[in-house]
Design a protein around this ligand. Structure first.
Ligand SMILES: [Mn+2]
Length: 361
């Protein structure tokens, strides 16, 4: 019943293009610090096996100090470590995996063909295979079946579960169910999948341990726990330095500033927050909100997706320039084909009314 840690998709040296350059640099630095947190976790958990399922690097651009740090953190772990390269860090003659000296306890799978490594002290066999280029369309698990020999059979793999036609390591539930594995440690999907079962085989994606954009939200981390033939007792352990949040804020009948204040996450100062104003409003002053809340968040985005409150149209019937303007835009608003167009028209109403009132827009 080995104690394991399963991680994947570190994407070290990601460019963090969604942030200002200085913050992007800081985020790259911080994402390397993830490795120290992983090393500490392996110690705390007394891990007997660490499975890393690919995409540890983000692509061609890998800084030498990042590789050095990965080597030294993994080498300091008191247990075998397995790496199954993925589509962003394929095993190739020029990849960091092929260069320099990797510590003795680190095993890197190098071929598309499945390799087995026996760990007699754990009564266990760890299998794995590698992407050797940015795509792989061969079904790695097709025809694979670990023997029912009383040992615990685990596999570390980068691949796309439930996608028979994927260009990123197609895997089907049927193949997993027929694998004879106790646990299939997957990488590729950046969202934690929960621990699932196909037949007698447990499988999971831990997701990436650090969000890099608004498509990678909330807590991110790795899995830790034990694996036995009867199943995997793994828990999600957050390891991320910062989180991305998309926070809808309904401002109907509220003062936007107070509504935002109430919706501010506890960890906002550490996190990247996007507030999306929804509901009905007479128009929120985004620059003022930005000034008020930017210092409260590590990074802040504001989106106004509110619709005009009913009273904004109140004078649409008037026989004045304002009445004509509102009447025409109300007609367009009601005929609009989608939400984006309605938002555009709502914005035009606000600008128009401000101009008619001589207010600053
Ligand atoms: Mn990935």
């Amino acid at each position: 019943m080995p104690r394991i840690i399963h991680g994947a998709d570190f994407h070290l040296d990601s460019p963090f293009t969604g942030l200002p350059p200085e913050k992007a640099r800081q985020r790259r630095r911080e994402s390397r610090e993830l490795l120290e947190r992983l090393g500490a976790l392996a110690g705390d958990e007394k891990a007997e096996l660490v499975l890393l399922s690919g995409d540890l690097f983000d692509g061609e651009r890998v800084y030498p100090e990042t590789v050095e740090r990965l080597r030294s953190v993994l080498g300091a772990m008191d247990c075998p470590v397995f790496i199954a390269p993925g589509n962003h860090d394929p095993y190739a003659p020029r990849s960091p995996y092929a260069a320099g000296d990797w510590p003795d306890n680190v095993h890197i799978f190098r071929t598309a063909e499945i390799e087995a490594v026996e760990l007699p002290e754990l009564h266990c066999v760890v299998y794995g295979s590698a992407f050797t280029g940015p795509e792989r369309t061969d079904p790695a698990l097709a025809g694979f079946a670990a023997p029912a020999d009383g040992r615990l059979h685990l596999m570390c793999l980068h691949g796309h579960m439930g996608a028979a036609e994927s260009a990123y390591g197609p895997l089907t539930r049927e193949q997993v169910a027929a694998s004879g594995l106790a646990y299939l440690a997957l990488g590729h999907i950046h969202q934690y999948s929960g621990v699932n079962r196909a037949g007698d085989t447990a499988w999971a994606y831990p997701g990436c341990p650090e969000g890099r954009g608004f498509d990678e939200l909330g807590d991110k981390g790795v899995l830790a726990g034990t694996v036995e033939k009867e199943g995997a007792q793994l828990r999600f352990v957050p390891l991320c330095r910062r989180r991305y949040h998309i926070i809808p804020v309904d401002v109907t009948g509220k003062e936007p500033r107070a509504a935002l204040e109430a919706a501010l996450p506890e960890t906002a100062a550490e996190d990247v927050c996007r507030f999306v104003l929804t509901g009905e409003s007479g128009g929120a002053d985004l620059p003022a909100l930005e000034t008020a809340f930017a210092p409260r968040c590590y990074a802040l985005q504001l989106r106004d997706e509110t619709r005009p409150s009913e009273d904004i149209w109140a004078r649409a019937g008037e026989d004045t320039l304002r009445g004509l303007f509102l009447g025409e835009l109300r007609r367009q608003y009601d005929a609009a084909g989608d939400e984006a167009e309605r938002r555009r028209i709502a914005l035009a109403v606000r600008f128009g009314l401000s101009a008619l009132d001589g207010r600053d827009i």
